[in-house]
Ligand binder design. Structure first.
Ligand code: PLP
Length: 458
């Protein structure tokens, strides 16, 4: 059992949470069509739906917000943020945006990507993929094969397959690739980190073909800490030093500060190229706002400036990675199958292995997500057939894995909350063979899992 690293903070403001009784949970779940996206937050006890924008800000962030300069142009808040972004990321230019997907949208527009062009990555996150497709581009995932094996234990399971990348670029032609990416950590693949060696190799390949290299940096601080813990030669470096080395390898980055920026809303797009910046700035003014605020309030920029630095603190990162490891350990002890090794921001349970009596058509992931809520008021999200499967004329095309994700908001829940979640799951496990399957009764055309409705199979 991994030891729980105590929270490196104490609590001076609290938000009440409340477990409504089982009858009320039953009614809420039914009303929501057995889809936890349809629940009101008040009906949820422990909310593990996402780690995005759900973190707790520090006293220093809240006090920085009081210094927010709300000037339309040239606000002091912008220059305070600039100082921090220059220090950590050190790209020549950046623009603030309201969240990560806005940075992606503006990057793709400024890159003047043409329909049919291709964008490689280890694994694109779904908003990145959506933004590329929305402009007629084609996202490609070139992660190492072991990433698809939930039992394979690797230090850096988010690494890109360098040989596959080279062969793929040769085949497709570098002229058809407006830019290349890598996601750190790999959210779509379990939050797995990428090694420095791999980042260097990817950078070298992209540069040898003159393909601009952009890092999807949402969880760069967590990735930097994994490098410190696991990669030879980095044990004595600080997360900040490691982060600087990472970004020195790239031509720019997209960032959702709702993750490792420790804010509830915010992000940025950074780059070295002057012409690209000129085009990005023009796109930004059109869609987000003037380049010194980019769709955010001055106070948001100040909170981000402080949050970006706090997320690189070693005591925070040790606790953060420790939380995931602790929850993973408790689930292992109860025999709950999870994706190994755990990343830093979430634990992914293998619902198909936990509920082998249910066929894929009976939606074991959805059934487990509903059971977690019913038994414990816990909200976790299905990432399986409902989220990623194709359903054509009543016939399913299933994704490889049937998962349920418990994401861990930053600095929000304590060890006892995680213990509670683990206890509820242990309880579910003892009666798992009796859990009933689900049938989808309503599904919208796009982004099905947000609004789909279900019934319990009898
Ligand atoms: C969250 C996320 C995004 C998108 O950011 P938003 O702030 O949600 O728009 C992009 N990439 C990765 C890896 C993410 O985790």
């Amino acid at each position: 059992m991994p030891k729980y690293i105590p929270e490196p903070f104490r609590i001076k403001m609290v938000e009440s949470i409340h477990l409504i009784d089982r009858k009320e949970r039953e009614a809420a779940l039914k009303r929501a069509g057995y889809n936890v996206f349809g629940l009101r937050s008040d009906e949820v006890y422990i909310d593990l739906m996402t780690d995005s924008g759900t973190g707790a800000m520090s006293d220093k962030q809240w006090s920085a917000m009081m210094h927010g300069d709300e000037a339309y142009a040239g606000a002091r808040s912008f220059f305070r943020l600039k100082e921090v972004i220059d220090e950590i990321f050190a790209f020549k230019h950046f623009v603030p945006v309201h969240q990560g997907r806005a940075a992606e949208n503006i990057l793709i527009e400024a890159m003047q990507m043409r329909p049919g062009q291709l964008v490689p990555s280890n694994m694109h996150f779904d908003t990145t993929e959506g933004n590329i497709r929305a402009r007629g581009g084609i996202p490609n995932n070139l992660i190492i094969q072991q990433a698809y094996d939930p039992k394979a234990i690797l230090d850096f399971k988010g690494d890109m397959d360098i040989d596959a990348l080279k062969a793929w670029i040769e085949k497709k032609g570098p002229e058809n690739i407006p830019f290349g990416m890598i996601t750190i950590t790999n959210n779509a693949g379990g939050g797995q980190p990428v090694s420095m060696a791999n980042l260097k190799a990817v950078s070298k390949v992209y540069r040898s073909y003159k393909i601009p290299f952009f890092i999807d940096a949402c969880r760069y601080a967590e990735n930097a800490y994994f490098i410190k813990l696991r990669e030879p030669g980095y044990a004595d470096k600080t997360p900040l030093e490691i982060a600087k080395e990472i970004f020195s390898l790239a031509d720019g980055a997209t960032m959702s500060a709702k993750k490792d920026g420790l804010v509830n809303m915010g992000g940025f797009l950074a780059m070295n190229d002057d012409d690209l910046f000129t085009r990005a700035r023009a796109a930004l003014i059109m869609r987000e706002g003037f380049p010194t605020y980019g769709g955010l309030s001055g106070r948001d920029l100040d909170a981000m400036a402080v949050g970006l630095k706090e997320a690189l603190r070693e005591d925070y990162l040790a606790y953060r990675l420790g939380q995931a490891e602790y929850l993973a350990g408790r689930l292992r002890d109860s025999g709950i199958p999870i994706i190994e090794p755990p990343g830093a921001h979430a634990i992914y349970m293998d619902a198909a292995r936990l509920l082998p009596h249910l066929a894929r058509e009976q939606l074991p992931g959805q059934a487990l997500s509903a059971a977690l809520y019913l038994e414990g008021g816990i909200r976790a999200v299905e990432i399986g057939a409902v989220a990623f499967g194709q359903l054509v004329n009543g016939k399913w095309d299933f994704p490889a894995l049937e998962l349920v994700r418990m994401a861990i908001p930053r600095r929000v829940y304590t060890q006892s909350h995680l213990d509670y979640a683990a206890d509820v799951l242990a309880e579910i496990k003892t009666t798992a063979s009796k859990l009933k399957g689900m049938k989808m009764t309503y599904a919208p055309e796009l982004l099905r899992h947000f609004t789909a409705k279900f019934e319990v199979l009898n």
